[in-house]
Design a binder for this molecule. Structure first.
Ligand code: HEC
Length: 248
């Protein structure tokens, strides 16, 4: 997992891939499924983007602010000149992709995933809102759902290391959840590994952490699947909109 950070050439290669993926997502919008991605768990490309280089950052920003069907051939020169136009949302979005190594987002355009996420949003607005704010509404007992979701996505990037600590620090818990943990470890797609994690968590919030504070939520398996998809979507959209994840 740490290896990707070490190769500058590899990162530059992935930068190109990432821009394509990222733009592709917004052009494709909802619905058009693409083949499963494989290989790298993380696409570290955005780390390379700096405020000065302009090119990638502005290209991504213009993808973000455009609606699904618009073309992507707007000149990046506007921002490369250093004169950043006043679109705060786009600015924020480009900043967030700089801060966060956006993973492969293919899963988000899967039709079944989208259906589940849609249902999950409705379940969340009935159930999770008792503690987490959703879309600005609900209780403030706990951080908003988007913020805990973003932090979880970030945590999935070094979950392998977390599991190593769990195995030595809390071996009983590790053994009890081993099947789930192995599945998460083997899953190369970060969003899919997050889905496996969320299913474990929503079934049993302390499944990988004796200190987890969330009380057990009584949910049926279909609701868990739907909520998992919704939480993943929320996390990615949070980063795309430049929202701030909860601090670790
Ligand atoms: C009774 C209050 C309560 C309810 C209801 C609740 N949560 Fe939570 N949730 C918590 C607490 C407490 C935390 C821990 C916050 C922290 O880590 O700072 C938490 C954390 C989380 C996290 C982050 C976990 C992690 O370690 O990454 C997720 C995701 C989450 N909740 C999802 C949900 C979903 C989905 C629902 C609706 C089914 C829900 N919560 C309902 C109290 C609640």
């Amino acid at each position: 997992m740490a290896m990707w950070m070490q190769s500058a050439g590899f990162k530059r290669y992935l930068t190109a891939v990432s821009v394509t993926l990222f733009s592709g997502l917004f052009i494709a919008g909802c619905g058009s499924g693409t083949p499963e991605g494989s290989g790298q768990k993380v696409n570290p490309a955005p780390v390379e983007v700096t405020g000065k280089s302009g090119g990638n950052g502005s290209e991504q920003a213009s993808s973000v602010k455009k609606p699904a069907s618009s073309s992507n051939n707007e000149s990046p020169a506007q921002t490369a000149a250093g004169e950043v136009e006043g679109d705060e949302a786009a600015e924020k979005a480009s900043r967030s992709v700089v801060d966060f190594p956006m993973p492969d987002l293919t899963l988000l355009s899967d039709a079944a995933f989208q259906r589940n996420a849609k249902m999950g949003r409705l379940v969340a607005k009935r159930r999770c809102i008792l503690c987490h704010k959703i879309e600005g509404r609900g209780a403030i007992l706990q951080p908003p759902l988007v913020q805990v979701s973003m932090r979880r996505l970030k945590r999935m990037l070094d979950y392998d290391e977390y599991l190593e600590q769990l195995q030595s620090g809390d071996p009983d818990r590790f053994t009890a959840g081993q099947k789930t943990f192995e599945a998460i470890r083997l899953e190369q797609d970060v969003l899919k590994s997050m889905r496996l994690w969320l299913k474990g968590y929503l079934k049993h919030p302390t499944f990988d952490n004796s200190q987890a504070k969330m009380p057990l939520q009584v949910l049926i398996p279909a609701e868990i699947e739907q909520l998992a998809c919704y939480v993943i979507q929320l996390a990615v959209e949070g980063y795309q909109k430049g929202e701030t994840p909860l601090e670790d």
